[in-house]
Design a protein around this ligand. Structure first.
Ligand SMILES: Cc1cc2nc3c(=O)[nH]c(=O)nc-3n(C[C@H](O)[C@H](O)[C@H](O)COP(=O)(O)OP(=O)(O)OC[C@H]3O[C@@H](n4cnc5c(N)ncnc54)[C@H](O)[C@@H]3O)c2cc1C
Length: 381
């Protein structure tokens, strides 16, 4: 492959955590340099605005769609990679993104919820996830911020990080390995015969024999440039940031319920969330969301309602309509790859996605089995 500033090995569209992670692993593990093209700033969309919780212990409500076992394994692999890569990323970037452990409670307030959660615990244990059931008396002894009428809770210890510093750390670590980052909006993907030849930035053409579509919910537009329909849609999520003074008491555990969450961050912030809104590409925060989040969270954790609100943030999750990420080579177009559709789990999955896609691009296969995530389920060659 030709390596020059004008003709990088690989062009990556999008400087969210997914694009940055692909670039990082291509360079650090395979010596393949790439150019990330980002139209705003690194981590300027969901990757910088996410809550930053890295959890595999998802509980599904009775009758709800359960993620397949391979997705849970992918999450576990992603979390392990976050833990393993921390020293290298800290050293290479100099950015501390506060990767820390957080005790997490998933409470039940009805008998149905409690019974469903006990059943779900068996599934978690079968996946090798450490979690236990707490009775109300155990919860009381922990001095939690849970409402008094809690009937029990699943307890686990998870990891979390600060999303925006993490996105910057990943980008800067990638740059240490020779990755270039350029500001610009990609407006087309160039092809000749059956292979990719580069990308278009307005009137400018940049050549590359390999292109990765990693522009989050906008990936659908990029796929359309080459005539493909990849079903990724934006799903807005909002977070209320509470103004908790340094000296004020704060919760010792995160609380996650199907109606809302309370997440104390290692930086001292307190997040409450969230919404799941199908409103197109509108990423403005709303008063309605603020009120509905506060109302839901007041039910599970009444202490939060007395804390003043600092601000509300909103961003768009790249949601694939079959709820599985879309990662791999695009059949029928040599040199074109995609990594998108990570929805609620992009922070958790970015490193394992980057590592796996880099392996597929460099050596043709990955150590983690990726068949279920392949774009081939939407594209025929
Ligand atoms: C409120 C909220 C909370 C969340 N909390 C968590 C969490 O706790 N844990 C977790 O694991 N996940 C969480 N997520 C999900 C996670 O944030 C996303 O899955 C992840 O950030 C997606 O990363 P991405 O790189 O695919 O997309 P993005 O972050 O959207 O990045 C895509 C980038 O592409 C750029 N771009 C778009 N079009 C172009 C173009 N034509 N040319 C150049 N650049 C372009 C954009 O500017 C953007 O920077 C949360 C999401 C939301 C909304």
């Amino acid at each position: 492959m030709v390596k020059s500033k004008n003709s990088p090995d690989v062009i990556i569209i999008g400087g969210g955590v997914i694009g940055c992670a692909v670039a990082y692993f291509l360079a650090s593990e395979h010596g393949i340099e790439s150019l990330i093209i980002e139209r705003n700033g690194i981590g300027s969309e969901a990757s910088g605005g996410a809550a930053g919780e890295l959890a595999a212990a998802e509980l599904t409500e009775k009758g709800a769609h359960r993620p397949p076992a391979i997705f849970t394994q992918f999450l576990q692999e992603g979390i392990a990679l976050h833990a393993n890569l921390l020293p290298a990323l800290l050293e290479e970037s100099g950015v501390d993104y506060l990767l820390t452990e957080i005790p997490l409670l998933r409470p039940a307030f009805t008998d149905d919820e409690a019974n469903g959660m006990r059943d779900e615990l068996a599934r978690l244990h079968a996946s090798g996830i450490a979690a236990s059931w707490l009775e109300p008396k155990d919860i009381q002894a922990m001095r939690t911020w849970l409402a008094d009428d809690v009937l029990g809770a699943v307890f686990s210890t998870e990891l979390q990080l600060e999303s925006y510093p993490f996105a910057l750390a990943l980008a800067q670590a990638a740059e240490q390995h020779g990755v270039e980052i350029r500001t610009g909006e990609v407006t087309g993907i160039e092809r000749s015969g059956g292979r990719v030849t580069g990308v278009r930035l307005g009137s400018e053409l940049l050549s590359a024999r390999t292109v990765v579509i990693a522009n989050g919910p906008w990936s659908r537009f990029a796929a359309k440039w080459v005539g493909l329909d990849i079903p990724v849609i934006p799903i807005r999520g909002q977070i209320v940031h509470l103004d908790l003074p340094c000296e004020a008491p704060r919760p010792n555990q995160a609380i996650f319920h199907s109606t809302g969450y309370v997440l104390p961050k290692a930086s001292g912030s307190l997040y409450v969330g969230t919404t799941i809104e199908d409103v197109g590409f509108d990423s403005e925060p709303t008063i309605e969301a603020r009120d509905s989040i506060m109302e839901a969270v007041a039910r599970i954790s009444p202490q939060v309602i007395d804390i003043p609100i600092k601000r509300i943030s909103a961003c768009l999750r790249p949601y694939s309509t079959d709820e599985m990420p879309i990662i791999g080579a695009i059949p029928g177009i040599d040199g074109l790859f995609i990594a998108t559709g990570h929805a609620f789990k992009g922070m958790t999955l970015c490193l394992v996605t980057g590592k796996s896609l880099a392996e597929i691009m460099a050596i043709g296969s990955s150590s983690f089995p990726m068949t279920e995530f392949s774009p081939a389920r939407f594209v025929s060659a």
